[in-house]
Design a protein around this ligand. Structure first.
Ligand SMILES: NC(=O)c1ccc[n+]([C@@H]2O[C@H](COP(=O)([O-])OP(=O)(O)OC[C@H]3O[C@@H](n4cnc5c(N)ncnc54)[C@H](O)[C@@H]3O)[C@@H](O)[C@H]2O)c1
Length: 343
């Protein structure tokens, strides 16, 4: 029998690509999302690409009663992947309570339901922001945490700790996946990042600028002690990232995980500067970008990239795509959604 997986935040960017990967790898999928930062258009794309209509519930996970309906309708859910969260670092600095309330309350509710309904595997979207302003990269899973650079990062630190504490003495197992910088879009051009709130991540800001939705973009900080003065990040293609979730679930379902909670870094392991990404985009697409050099942005760390050896060894995960795949797929997606009259 196929395992049934509940994907929270499934109509969002990473969730939608993961739902498709799960369907392509022998899982049934149910989706819940409040649509606070997404619309449901990915469900049609997933139907076209997989032939499957994913059952969808529009509900806020901070509402325990509304969320429980999903489990009552699908008592056979054996895995939960919890993507649902607000994620804008800058906004979290301005509105910390919004972030604590949304990201922490929703996590508590989904954990509560997962335990009550006998879920076997719980996968959590964590982030490299848990490491804070690290002094050196690459970071592996044992790199000690620094003070979180933003309330958003703090919600991920708190989230990981809540999961560890809650799962002790239960039969549910969890995997905490610390993403570095997800970017790019599905190679079909039918699915990609399409947030309701203006994106703050670099690649969608680049594509929105290139297509003319933004007049210009700003490179935040050019006086960091890096190769060219701009921040260094580790960009991982969203499809590679999505597949890691399928592997993580299968790892737990196959009883290969002995400890209650495991943590894995998911990045490509190669740091690139903001200016290098802009250069890669211009070279791959032939489009020249209008950008200005600006001040540093609150909450940003100087440089961080991953050591993902553990995910390779334990989960058998290897990223297959590079920065050129990322910028070209993101550009195809931007052109498609703009032609279709999307935001
Ligand atoms: N994209 C990144 O750069 C990045 C990096 C590291 C970690 N993450 C984490 O990965 C997860 C997914 O990120 P994404 O890029 O797909 O973001 P996204 O905003 O595209 O997707 C998140 C989805 O969660 C939904 N959501 C938010 N709060 C909710 C709630 N209370 N109830 C129900 N639905 C809710 C939103 O509507 C959205 O569709 C998040 O937890 C994010 O913090 C993302």
């Amino acid at each position: 029998m196929k395992p049934k997986v509940l994907v929270t935040g499934g109509t969002g960017y990473i969730g939608s690509h993961t739902m498709l990967d799960l369907l392509e790898n022998g899982c049934d999928v149910v989706c819940i999302d409040s649509c606070i930062n997404s619309d449901t258009s990915c469900l049609e794309a997933i139907r076209q690409l997989s032939g499957v209509e994913v059952p969808f519930y529009q509900a806020d996970l901070c509402d325990l009663g509304a969320s429980e309906r999903v489990f009552r309708d699908h008592p056979d859910i054996s895995g939960v992947i919890h993507f649902a969260a607000l994620k804008a670092v800058g906004e979290s600095v301005e509105k910390p309570l919004l972030y604590f309330r949304n990201n922490v309350d929703s996590l508590i509710n989904i954990l509560d339901l997962s335990l009550r309904y006998g879920v076997k595997a719980f996968i959590f979207s964590s982030s490299c922001t848990v490491y804070g302003d690290v002094q050196k990269s690459p970071v592996d899973e044992n790199t000690p945490w620094q003070e979180a650079a933003s309330p958003y990062g703090r919600t991920k630190q708190i989230g990981e700790q809540i999961i560890r504490d809650t799962l002790q003495h239960t039969s549910m197992k969890s995997i905490l996946l610390r993403y570095f910088n997800p970017a790019g879009a599905h190679p079909s051009g039918k699915m990609g990042e399409s947030p309701i709130n203006p994106p703050q991540n670099l690649v969608p800001v680049i594509t929105e600028t290139a297509i003319g939705k933004r007049e210009s973009m700003t490179v935040f900080g050019t006086d960091y002690p890096t190769r060219d003065g701009s921040c260094i990040r580790d960009y991982i293609h969203v499809c590679d990232l999505a597949h890691a979730h399928t592997l993580a679930l299968k790892h737990v379902f196959a009883d290969r995980q002995l400890s209650q909670t495991e943590v894995f870094n998911l990045g490509i392991g190669n740091g690139l500067t903001v200016l290098e990404i802009i250069e890669a985009f211009q070279k791959q697409t032939g489009v020249s970008l209008s950008y200005t050099l600006g001040d540093r942005r609150a909450g940003d760390v100087m440089a961080i990239y991953s050591d993902h050896t553990k995910a390779s060894k334990v989960l058998g995960w290897e990223p297959k795509m590079d920065i050129n795949d990322i910028v070209s797929s993101a550009w195809t997606w931007e052109k498609n959604r703009s032609t279709a009259g999307g935001k």
